[in-house]
Design a protein around this ligand. Structure first.
Ligand code: SAH
Length: 344
């Protein structure tokens, strides 16, 4: 900050405080994955609170979120949240059960990266940042784009946009805006191959149909050497048949894409199961045989409920059972570190 005059710096220090996000709890998985829990201040939110989070009254919203640091040698991938809870209601996702508590600000989104950087050990560095934590980034569009600006700017965190991936449930008009406004990678959570099947799993399909979603992906001006990632959560007996794999191939025909198959990560009370390893492999092979690029996502941090779709504040400190003072005091400085015993 030496490009600012001494007087201006003194005035800024006197009148402004820049609060840094600090995790209240860091949990370590047996596989090296770390989950960071942040308790955010309640403050006026444009989103009406609903579901089991409730409001604090006087226009304040309660919020707690999680980020996940995943070893991806030789780097770490950081998975960040864009909302507290989520309003999309995907039936296979634990976060959906919280409902939408509130949108995060750009500072809260980018702040997760700064806080994670403080957790890493000598020799480690964050290589990729994925918007695959809690929330639907494209319904919190302005804050997400502003956070991307902070993360990529030279005056900010200096990450290449190629290292950042925004994952969406398929908010079709916002996908077009994102590709025009930023240079980040796009991932689309498909998880179904017919309108009826997808609508049961991903209710937003009733507003933005599979057909409209795929047509938009086909029309997006994606740079030559990039591909759209299609995430496909594999649910036993629901969307894991070879017919599904065949329909997926046909849907994605002509789109520069790669499919990321995500075996379902269980959570208490879930009504789905993860397919067998053989079924998962057969599904992948059907895609590969048709020339569709397809990988299977290794599940990381399952034992600490840090894997895809498991983020629901499983530490027990859910917004619904925290007191107001707990919420308002909880943000800065305090930190507990827990390690886990594997459960499987
Ligand atoms: N709202 C965004 C990003 C958050 S979810 C989106 O829908 O893309 C990140 C990824 O986790 C999505 O691909 C989602 O389909 C997947 N997911 C959600 N619940 C899951 C679960 N229980 N098991 C495996 N993947 C899950």
């Amino acid at each position: 900050m030496s490009n600012l005059s001494h007087d201006l710096r003194a005035a800024l220090a006197e009148h402004f405080v820049v609060p840094l996000l600090a995790p209240a709890l860091v949990t370590r998985s047996s596989d090296g994955t770390r989950k960071l829990l942040f308790e955010l201040d309640g403050f006026p939110s444009p989103v009406t609170t609903s579901g089991n989070g409730g409001g604090l009254g006087r226009g304040f919203a309660r919020a707690a979120i999680e980020s996940v640091l995943i070893p991806d040698p030789p780097r770490l991938t950081l998975c960040i949240s864009s909302q507290a809870g989520c309003g999309m209601g995907c039936t296979f996702c634990a976060t959906a059960r919280l409902g939408l508590l509130r949108n995060l600000s750009a500072e809260e989104i980018a702040g997760q990266v700064v806080a994670a950087q403080e957790q890493i050990e000598p020799g480690e560095h964050i290589g990729n940042i994925d918007f695959m934590g809690m929330g639907e980034p494209l319904v919190n569009y302005d804050a997400v784009v502003q956070a991307i600006e902070i993360m990529t700017a030279e005056w900010g965190l200096g990450f290449s946009p190629r290292r950042i991936t925004v994952s969406t449930v398929g908010i079709v008009p916002a996908m077009q805006r994102l590709v025009a406004d930023t240079a980040v990678n796009l991932a689309v959570s498909l998880s179904g191959t017919t309108e009826a099947q997808r609508a049961k799993l991903v209710p937003i399909n009733r507003r933005y149909s599979l057909q409209a979603l795929v047509a938009m992906c086909r029309a997006l001006p994606i740079p030559q050497r990039r591909r759209i990632t299609f995430e496909y959560v594999l649910l036993a007996g629901v969307n894991d048949s070879l017919e599904d794999a065949g329909r997926l191939v046909r849907l994605l025909h002509g789109i520069r894409s790669k499919v990321n198959l995500i075996p379902f990560n269980p959570f208490p009370g879930a009504r789905y199961a993860c397919p067998s390893e053989t079924t998962i492999r057969c599904f992948q092979e059907r895609l590969l045989a048709a020339g569709t690029h397809a990988t299977i996502r290794q599940s990381r941090g399952r034992d600490i409920q840090a894997a895809c779709g498991q983020l629901a504040l499983a530490s027990g400190r859910t917004p619904s059972h925290r007191s107001q003072s707990d919420t308002l005091d909880g943000n800065l400085g305090r930190q507990r570190v827990e390690s886990s015993r594997p459960t499987e």
